[in-house]
Write a protein that binds this ligand. Structure first.
Ligand SMILES: [Zn+2]
Length: 392
């Protein structure tokens, strides 16, 4: 069992920490991106999306065929050629299904009414990643171990190669796919090493729009997860459950996709992170993936609203907020959630696909972030977590 030392990083003056010297433009390759949250398997199974294609090609095909995907998940912003252009090397790719009470129509094939159904759907999504990576290993590789991780990263650092495989690290979102904590060992052996107990509320804890504490089953799940070394993803957990988990979880913790609630004045939901939870995450040496979704960057913004004033500079403010709180750039990363219930019309103005996340780099440099800090935020922080906690 990995126990996690709650070492707090050194503090420095928040006013000056990131203004010591301006970032210089180096001749190096742009930083690698690690994206900590994408519902790839869900989109493949619910809508037949093929992520070997570019986002532009997927849009063309879906628009021509009148695909349900556009009505329910907007125009795609993801695809293998876009990962290449954006140097997106690693994606935490989710296992996600919808509980029946939150389903919005028959179009959604990934809906469960009981835990056996949930288990089958979550398993099928893990199999989907195995199939995708078996069929197209030049495009995608399954990451179950540190060895798998280093092999993908070695490919990306080999500049003689024109293209590189994108590493997929599976992440369970909403833990109803685990019927009993005794099944965790089997999930671990299958290559799953990260679990978020909530999406909506689950029998384990309160979740988005369904507040509540950790339950006895939730405590048992966390205890068994820590025993095996699972990373706990606090995203979507109600803040009460999140605080309780920060107090008792003995394994590694992250928030794969969540923004700071304090930057959305008037926000009164339970999906974004209150300051004390962010501080707790930092104290656990956790990493928080900021989300470039307009509704998480401006309070009250709805799909269909204009996004003109919401830009990557807004996302940079979210990055900076967490860095200032931490006193360093080691606790923030990217967790786009792209194609996760929103698409092109709900991402920052000026962005077309995930490749455009690279434009965040110069914005951070202009704020005073050094090259190494930008690299940490883009990917190195997540890589540090994976290198520490994936099995060998
Ligand atoms: Zn989510």
């Amino acid at each position: 069992m990995q126990s996690h030392p709650p070492g707090k990083p050194p503090k420095s003056d928040p006013e000056t920490r990131f203004l010591q010297k301006p970032g210089f433009l180096s001749a190096m390759q742009p930083s690698l991106i690690v994206d900590a949250h994408e519902d790839i398997a869900y989109n493949m199974l619910a809508f037949g999306r093929d992520y070997n294609r570019s986002a532009a090609e997927t849009r063309q095909i879906e628009n021509a065929s009148g695909s349900q995907a556009i009505n329910h998940n907007d125009q795609s912003v993801l695809g293998w050629p876009d990962y290449q252009r954006g140097r997106v090397a690693i994606v935490f790719s989710t296992l996600f299904a919808t509980p029946l009470r939150r389903a919005t129509g028959n179009w959604d094939t990934q809906v469960y009414g009981d835990y056996d159904q949930a288990q089958r759907l979550y398993r099928a999504q893990l199999d989907t990643y195995r199939n995708l990576t078996d069929r197209a290993p030049d495009h995608f590789q399954f990451i179950a171990t540190r060895t798998d991780l280093e092999s993908v990263l070695a490919d990306w650092s080999d500049s003689s190669r024109a293209t590189h495989p994108v590493g997929l690290v599976p992440l369970m979102e909403g833990a109803e796919g685990v019927r009993n904590p005794s099944e965790l060992e089997d999930w671990w052996q299958s290559g799953l090493h990260m679990i978020g107990p909530a999406w909506a509320g689950t029998r384990f804890c309160g979740g988005t729009r369904e507040p509540g504490p950790l339950t006895d089953e939730g405590r048992a799940l966390l205890e068994a997860m820590a025993e095996l070394g699972f990373t706990l993803d606090l995203s979507h957990m109600d803040e009460l459950s999140a605080r309780q988990s920060l107090d008792l979880y003995e394994g590694p913790i992250i928030a794969s996709h969540a923004n700071a609630a304090a930057l959305l004045p008037g926000y009164d939901g339970n999906r974004l992170l209150p300051d004390d939870v962010i501080k707790g995450l930092i104290a656990h040496d956790a990493i928080i993936g900021v989300v470039p979704f307009c509704a998480f960057m401006k309070n009250g913004w709805k799909i269909g609203d204009k996004r003109d004033e919401i830009t990557l500079a807004t996302l940079a403010a979210h990055v900076d907020y967490i860095c200032q709180m931490a006193g360093d750039a080691r606790h923030v990363g990217l967790g786009s959630d792209f194609d996760g219930g929103f698409g092109l019309s709900a991402i920052p103005a000026g962005m077309d696909t995930i490749a455009d996340l690279q434009a965040l780099g110069p914005i951070l440099q202009a704020k005073g972030y050094h090259d190494e800090e930008v690299a940490a935020i883009f990917g190195e922080n997540w890589l540090r977590h994976l290198r520490t906690y994936l099995p060998a």
